[in-house]
Design a protein around this ligand. Structure first.
Ligand code: AMP
Length: 541
């Protein structure tokens, strides 16, 4: 007996809902070809059905992977809904990766069709030589903007669209069917694919939209600066449709000046991005004296938020809060929001709560491993590897026989503590932690202290091999433009702020941080730079 109706959770339902119940709400894109494109959820839903027809015409079958090399735009959004909605898999590929990695990913996924933004034509022309199984390369453009390619027979997105009528209704199928695929940006070994399903995606988005999570509503104007080519832009394309929020997509222009102009013109209330985006943005507003007139909150994830960045946001009138997650967790696992009893705390104490990465969303369970199958207490001090499980956590990597699990839990590779209220605090990546004389030194603590120095723009800490202590910390620092802060000043800045034995052995000043394809600091490159620099471990007794 069906006590309650059973309806499979379908990604197409999100855009159908937006089209029916928020039909006049806008989606605004800064286009690759220049200028702004503006339309409504109703039009987006219709064009996504039109794209589903195009996929049929291109002979894309149920479960086939459809690749994208694309910015945050309305056409990319149509591909999100058109592919998944029709039973194909939206495989977003990170164009900032190295050509070899991109080719590996496209081949491993067996993409049959790849949609790409015009920006990436030179990349696609090279890529095609390494990816013989891709049958169609579709340029996301109208006929007038189509480029000449001597190397490839390109299809034109808008030509394909006008050649078909939209499918009349979205198909319904098993909610555990694959919907989207994203590869990890692993710094070692080949990238691994995480295959999301309709069910995992919608459960993730229901939970991520809630008030103590990302707190999204139809009154919001949401701008995901986080790219749609990595972990589905943290779910924002689906979440915005589910709640009916206006969506602002910044396209290819991700410099602070362009982003700021769009935030203001489109009256954005909520934006999302990695710390480096906001470090640059806050510097831009400080330097120009610009003010945010509508932006009231931002979520920062992908890496630790230096407390000083949240302070700059507070001064600029923005509430900045952290979220933790990874490709393998769809990605949102925890969000940094306050409990009722924190409301009475002084502002500074409240801010310290938000220095942590927040509490688990309902649907995610977490624990800290003490090794050998035992668990650390939730005391905010005992650290170990963070393990997670839940409805939107990877089961197995795509196309790999080995499971990603240990006894039903996914080992994240993050070192963390959890306190009595359930607030997670990431102290390191397992591979970045500095083991000195048998003790663990948190590279994040060292970075946060350096970043709080007024003369410092960015800091990153890595380990230096040491004959006696095993490893010692060294901190790389990018100075602010006007700053002349010296090595000795930096080292004495640590006194009293951290245990003496944790103070870095050295400070290396560099002009810019090496940043990876997802906007994070490349610690592997820093370790190479450290080796090249010839800095030797100081003999600390
Ligand atoms: P990715 O799979 O590329 O999205 O990277 C996931 C990793 O980014 C996590 O395992 C963490 O190491 C790091 N990360 C994500 N969010 C945060 C955060 N809020 N604070 C600290 N590290 C984070």
């Amino acid at each position: 007996m069906n006590h309650m109706m059973y309806m499979p959770l379908m990604i197409s339902d999100a855009i159908v809902h937006a089209g029916r119940h928020h039909g006049r709400t806008e989606i605004v894109t800064r286009c690759v070809e220049g200028g702004l494109h503006r339309y409504t959820y109703r039009e987006c839903e219709r064009r996504s059905r039109q794209l589903a027809s195009v996929l049929g015409k291109l002979d894309v079958k149920f479960g086939d992977r459809v690749g994208t090399l694309a910015w945050n735009t309305y056409r990319h959004l149509e591909i999100y809904f058109g592919t998944s909605g029709s039973g194909a898999v939206c495989h977003t590929v990170n164009p900032r990766l190295h050509l070899d990695q991109i080719a590996y990913i496209v081949n491993h996924a067996n993409d049959r069709v790849v949609f790409f933004d015009l920006t990436f034509l030179p990349l696609v022309e090279q890529l095609a030589q390494h990816c013989p199984r891709v049958e169609k390369w579709v340029a996301l453009a109208e006929r007038a903007a189509m480029p000449d390619s001597s190397k490839l027979d390109l299809l034109c997105y808008e030509d394909l669209m006008v050649s078909v009528s939209p499918i009349s209704t979205w198909p319904t199928f098993d909610e555990c069917s694959p919907s989207a695929l994203c590869y990890t940006s692993g710094s070692t070994g080949n990238p691994k694919g995480v295959m999301y399903t309709h069910r995992s995606t919608l459960l993730h988005c229901y939970a991520a939209a809630m008030p103590d999570s990302l707190n999204c509503s139809a009154k919001d104007v949401i701008m995901p600066v986080v790219p749609m080519f990595h972990v589905n832009a943290w779910g924002f394309p689906y979440i915005a449709a589910m709640v009916g929020a206006k969506l602002v997509l910044p396209g290819p222009n991700n410099d602070s000046e362009s982003l700021y102009a769009l935030l203001e013109e489109e009256r954005v209330t909520f934006a999302a991005g990695v710390p480096t985006v906001w470090i640059d943005m806050l510097r831009y507003v400080e330097d120009t004296g610009a003010k945010f007139s509508t932006l009231s909150r931002i979520v920062i994830g992908g890496a630790t938020t230096p407390p000083v960045l949240r302070e700059s946001c507070r001064i600029a009138g923005i509430h900045a809060f952290p979220a933790w997650g990874m490709t393998e967790t769809s990605p949102v696992g925890t969000c940094g929001t306050l409990l009722a009893r924190h409301e009475d705390l002084l502002e500074d104490a409240r801010e310290r709560v938000l220095d942590k990465q927040g509490r688990a969303l309902f649907g995610i369970d977490m624990k800290i491993s003490a090794g050998k199958g035992t668990e650390q207490p939730w005391d905010g001090e005992s650290c170990g590897e963070l393990m997670v499980r839940g409805h939107w956590v990877v089961g197995e990597y795509f196309g790999q026989a080995d499971t990603a699990h240990e006894s039903g839990w996914f080992p994240t590779g993050d070192v963390a503590t959890i306190d009595a209220d359930g607030y997670l605090q990431i102290t390191d990546r397992l591979k970045d932690v500095i083991k000195s004389g048998g003790e663990w030194i948190s590279s994040i603590d060292i970075e946060n202290i350096a970043a709080s120095h007024p003369g410092v723009s960015m800091a990153a800490c890595v380990s230096l091999p040491h004959p006696k202590w095993g490893e010692r910390p060294v901190v790389f620092v990018v100075r602010r433009p006007e700053s002349k802060v010296s090595r000795d000043e930096m080292l004495s800045f640590y006194s009293g702020r951290i245990a003496k034995w944790s103070i870095p052995d050295d400070v290396i000043f560099i002009d810019a941080m090496p940043i990876n394809a997802t906007g994070k600091i490349q610690k592997m490159r820093l370790r190479e730079m450290l080796a090249e620099s010839g800095v030797k471990a100081a003999c600390v007794d």
